[in-house]
Write a protein that binds this ligand. Structure first.
Ligand code: GDP
Length: 492
């Protein structure tokens, strides 16, 4: 599926265009887990190809002082996922400096960019398009979203820029095979301080048509997506104390933006240029009246908070160890495809010498316990912390940034298939009758990393293949803290 992001100033007609592209399929909008209310998603189909369209509308503040930083803050996830960006302008208004700033920033993503000059309701108005050439966007299409004119032409331009693989065309060879050294991702994972911070959004494989501007600066920190965090765990593990601790050490952002006031219960903080959004902090602080109610509430809240989050801090009480409710709550995060960091909280209470003179608790004993009781989270980092004293807060933030990067990591198809060549599926131990030939694979999505495996016949993929392949992928590319989804498809 190719991904299109629609971007532009208020009232230029983004939503109308979105509706034109998506049509009746709009019904599914907003149902996807993890999508904030600020963004609308829908699907479109054209010439047999499926497109995913995201409308960044409704999020752009009217206050021009906040453009484009806020456009970016809000729309960055959409832009990051996009294969093609469509910037919309209103033909009947003067070209204003926010448009120029926005165009410049969009160009810096290095992604294929198309300018839709909207509200050309009459062919006579087409000459207005020329006024927008100053934006420096090569491909300009006059449209009237209202009257549906030019929309087909726009779709054609979009499709030309969708990488074949993303559009679901399985027969085309990977154009970039061999174009890049295989070590890049392994290196990035090993060295969190690598360039990924600067450029998480640029998929080198999609830069087929529009090469990034010569000598363009690195995208600045405005391009770094906000990280949405759910703090989950059973009653009294220290969720609210941890929230206070984590938000207390960072700079709170009070934002007058319409899109964020609706989310007033989120707490948004900035730390070294990275924005962290703690989901539904009112919910984190809510307590059940009885123990049973509190436990039920903690599970319900965990599920709700996970919907809006990229990653979860799963808190475990060090004085009590891993319990069944911990496993249930952590299981939801895993199932939902959210990244997970296990935080062993109240570490201050177990590391000191106890009154009976017994020695302090050992890190590896706890780690072993977590790994044993939460087997499915073998990919999750474990951080030892004390919300009370602040011990480990820095480590938690580091883990969050690492895991968020890993979650968005994209392995080029060429690299993936070079990797696949060296995987010996004999070792997966799949019963003979269940065996399939694995032809090639591609990473279809990020957040969570999702791989499509093409096989020679339509047999459901045996779980041993899945597990084996997941381990091999992690050995080669890490993907710290994030579940990996593997889908299989028979190539016909
Ligand atoms: P929640 O129900 O998960 O939100 O838990 P709270 O944040 O309300 O914490 C429950 C209790 O544990 C409170 O009395 C906190 O002061 C205490 N607490 C939380 N974190 C720590 C910690 O790291 N160390 C210690 N010693 N106490 C903690």
């Amino acid at each position: 599926v190719g991904m299109i992001a629609i971007v532009g100033r208020p009232n230029v007609g983004k939503s109308t265009l979105f509706n034109r592209l998506v049509g009746q399929r709009r019904a599914i909008v907003g149902d996807e887990p993890g999508i904030t209310r600020d963004r609308l998603y829908g699907y479109s189909e054209w010439a047999g190809k499926r497109l995913r369209v995201v409308d960044t509308g409704g999020i752009v503040p009217d206050d021009e002082a906040l453009i484009p930083a806020e456009i970016f803050r809000q729309a960055k996830v959409a832009l990051e996922e996009a294969d093609v960006i469509v910037m919309v302008v209103d033909a009947r208004t003067e070209l204003a400096s926010p448009d120029i700033d926005l165009a410049r920033l969009l160009q810096r993503t290095g992604k294929p960019l198309i300018l839709a000059v909207n509200k050309i309701d009459d062919p006579k108005l087409e000459s207005y398009v020329e006024d927008f050439r100053r934006l420096g966007i090569r491909t300009m299409v006059p449209i009237s979203a209202e009257h549906s004119t030019g929309v087909a032409e726009l779709l054609e331009e979009i499709l030309e820029r969708i990488p074949e693989k993303a559009a679901g065309d399985k027969t085309v060879e990977d154009k970039n095979a061999g174009a890049r050294p295989a070590l890049r991702n392994a290196k990035t994972a090993a060295e969190p301080a690598d360039t990924f911070d600067d450029q998480p959004s640029v998929d080198l494989d999609s830069e087929i048509d529009d090469a990034p501007h010569e000598g363009a600066e690195q995208p600045d920190s405005e391009l770094t997506p906000e990280i949405k965090i759910a703090i989950i765990g059973r009653p009294n593990v220290g969720k609210s104390t941890m929230l206070n601790r984590l938000t207390g050490t960072a700079r709170a952002i009070v934002s007058p933006i319409a899109g964020t006031t609706r989310d007033a219960v989120d707490e948004v903080v900035e730390r070294d240029g990275q924005i962290f959004r703690f989901i539904d902090t009112a919910g984190i602080r809510r307590k059940g009246k009885t123990r049973l109610m509190a436990e039920k509430l903690s599970v319900v809240m965990a599920r709700k908070h996970l919907e809006a989050a990229d990653l979860a801090l799963v808190l475990i009480d060090a004085t009590e160890g891993v319990t069944a409710i911990d496993a249930t709550i952590a299981g939801y995060a895993h199932e939902a495809g959210r990244s997970v960091i296990v935080v062993i909280n109240k570490w201050d209470l177990v590391t000191i010498n106890r009154a009976d003179g017994k020695p302090a608790a050992k890190v590896d004993i706890f780690e072993e316990q977590v790994r044993r009781h939460l087997k499915f989270l073998n990919y999750a980092p474990i951080v030892f912390a004390s919300a009370e004293t602040g011990y480990g807060s820095g480590k938690i933030y580091e883990a969050i940034e690492l895991v968020a990067r890993e979650r968005r990591k994209r392995i080029a198809t060429g690299e993936m298939n070079r990797f696949l060549k060296h995987v010996d599926f004999e070792r997966a131990g799949v019963p003979y009758s269940q065996r399939v030939r694995i032809l090639y694979m591609t990473q279809a999505a990020v957040s969570p990393p999702t791989f499509i495996l093409f096989t020679d016949r339509a047999t459901p993929l045996h779980f041993s293949y899945r597990r084996f392949l997941e381990n091999q992928i992690r050995d080669a590319f890490q993907f710290v803290g994030t579940p990996i989804w593997i889908k299989s498809r028979a190539r016909n």
